[in-house]
Design a protein around this ligand. Structure first.
Ligand code: NAD
Length: 486
């Protein structure tokens, strides 16, 4: 079952035990750019999930036994193959979910390769031994043992990058993988399977089951042979997965939604803050980390609002394949209707629509205009629910106390952005914000060795650096009494 997307051939079946396998039924995936159907994809069921988990279970002992050093050449080859196919990955993903082609070619897909390379290298460094005060006469040898079959479930907004962010550490740690990509964006996971073949990974180490979340996804997370579930997606889905995982006591790592504050203090570099605030429309707002609630200090609020409106009007919206496009389309019509529902309810609640609030009259399709609300009524839905579209709110604050209270007034805690030139103030405010990451005077700076994740409803656990290995491994302490070995 092969189709052509953006000029590239894609096999739309599952990838199990290094073989392509179909299903009795299919589902359709579409283009965000044109809304046309791109192809039919194998619709996985319990049967294919069982096959994939069995393949991953069978492949696990030999893959684990290779050790980090033995796995390194495979994973380095995989990283190189990904690097060599950055153009293909970017073209296919842009055609599918409408993300900006240039950003994808120049950064996002390269990060996919780096995700594999980084964790393969880091796995070599894991494991250590040391004496502790409590055990002067013994040595604690801490081992990071692979856990087994991992179920990796990914969303549609950055499908390839987020898949590799999980696949990298899971494989480097010695686990095997069953990946279930989002049904709206199935294609780059299939290309990843081609690359796994090219890199020569043993059969069963990496598997893809395509399908609908409530079917293939639900069957995968309920499988008793799955030893870890890493999920990136929405809060309602996470709650379902948690219930399922509880039946087998399967550990979960959840990276969920956000409603992050973007804070500009009066002493901030105004231009830097403005440019970064406009960046919150990146990927048409379909970014979990987006600082969707702009909180501006009262003394600069009017100027900031006025400049923001002027500059937002100049953001070029259009075809994501054109190099000068800044804002592309939303991913599907279903999602557009969801986004527009939030906008309509905000208007009905009395919020002031400063600009946007509709599909671009010139472009039509899924090109929803960058949108801004001010004069927000207390308790408005738009201030607390994740829209996941190009919809921002702007509020003013007049004291640090008021700022902290506004910033933390959501169920989420994924990220926060803070703009100030005062280092002491930055530290003081950061320490009071509920967020997995606080960026000061920057946005989106990601270091793979640093922890990433969310607090409260934004997630459970952290991945990145050794935190990834803490999750994907069974950590074992072997305690050996000193002087007892000949
Ligand atoms: P979603 O929860 O609808 O779907 C995510 C994945 O879960 C898909 O692969 C889907 O098929 C699968 N799924 C759905 N129901 C399932 C079930 N019952 N059992 C198992 N799997 C199931 O989320 P989405 O709409 O694809 O993604 C958008 C959400 O993802 C937003 O909330 C966004 O903030 C979040 N997100 C978070 C991060 C992060 O790092 N924190 C990154 C990107 C996106």
């Amino acid at each position: 079952m092969k189709i052509i997307v953006a000029g590239r051939e894609i096999d739309t079946q599952h990838f199990i035990n290094n073989q392509r396998i179909g299903s009795a039924t299919t589902f359709a995936a579409h283009s965000a750019i044109t809304e046309e159907k791109l192809g039919d994809i194998a619709r996985g069921t319990q049967t294919e999930v069982d096959l994939a988990v069995a393949a991953a279970t069978a492949a696990f002992p030999a893959w684990a036994a290779l050790g980090a050093k033995g796995r390194l050449p495979y994973l380095e080859r995989l990283a190189h193959v990904i690097e060599s196919r950055v153009e293909d990955l970017a073209a296919v993903e842009t055609m599918n979910n409408g993300s900006l082609l240039e950003a994808s070619r120049l950064r996002v897909m390269k990060r996919g390769a780096h995700n594999i390379h980084f964790f393969a290298q880091m796995a070599l460094e894991m494991g250590s031994s040391w004496d502790t005060e409590a055990a002067k006469n013994a040595v604690n040898n801490v081992r990071y043992d692979p856990a087994g079959v991992t179920a990796l479930i990914t969303p549609w907004n950055a499908p390839f990058m987020l898949a590799t962010w999980k696949v990298g550490p899971a494989l480097a740690a010695g686990n095997t993988v069953v990946l279930k990509p989002a049904e709206w964006t199935p294609f780059t996971a299939s290309l990843l399977a081609d690359m796994v073949l090219d890199a020569g990974l043993p059969a069963g180490v990496f598997n893809v089951v395509q399908g609908i979340g409530a079917e293939a996804g639900a069957a995968l997370v309920a499988h008793p042979d799955v030893k870890r579930i890493s999920f990136t997606g929405s809060v309602p889905t996470a709650k379902k997965i948690a219930l399922s995982a509880a039946q087998n006591l399967t550990p979960v790592s959840f990276e969920l939604g956000g409603k992050s504050p973007f804070i500009v203090c009066a002493d901030a570099d105004f231009e830097l803050a403005l440019v970064n605030a406009l960046d919150q429309y990146d990927n048409c707002g379909q970014v979990c980390l987006s600082g969707t609630r702009l909180l501006i200090e009262e003394s600069i609020y009017d100027r900031f609002l006025s400049e923001f409106k002027t500059r937002a009007a100049k953001l070029k919206q259009g075809d994501p394949r054109e190099a000068d496009t800044i804002v592309g389309p939303l991913v599907t019509r279903t999602h557009l209707e969801r986004v527009h529902g939030f906008v309509q309810r905000a208007v009905s609640a009395g919020a002031k629509l400063e600009f946007g609030g509709q599909v671009s009259p010139q472009l039509g399709g899924l090109y929803y205009q960058p949108t801004l609300f001010t004069n927000l009524p207390d308790g408005a839905e738009i201030l607390s629910s994740e829209v996941f579209g190009p919809v921002l709110t702007m509020q003013k604050f007049s004291s640090e106390q008021e700022l902290i209270s506004l910033a933390n007034n959501t169920e989420y805690g994924l990220a926060a952005m803070l703009f100030t030139k005062d280092a002491i103030k930055a530290e003081r405010i950061s320490s009071q914000l509920v967020a997995g990451t606080v960026w000061t005077n920057c946005f989106y700076v990601r270091d793979l060795s640093a922890p990433f994740g969310g607090s409260r409803a934004s997630g459970i656990g952290r991945e990145g650096g050794h935190w990834s290995f803490d999750f994907y491994c069974d950590i074992k302490n072997t305690v050996q009494r000193k002087g007892t070995f000949s």
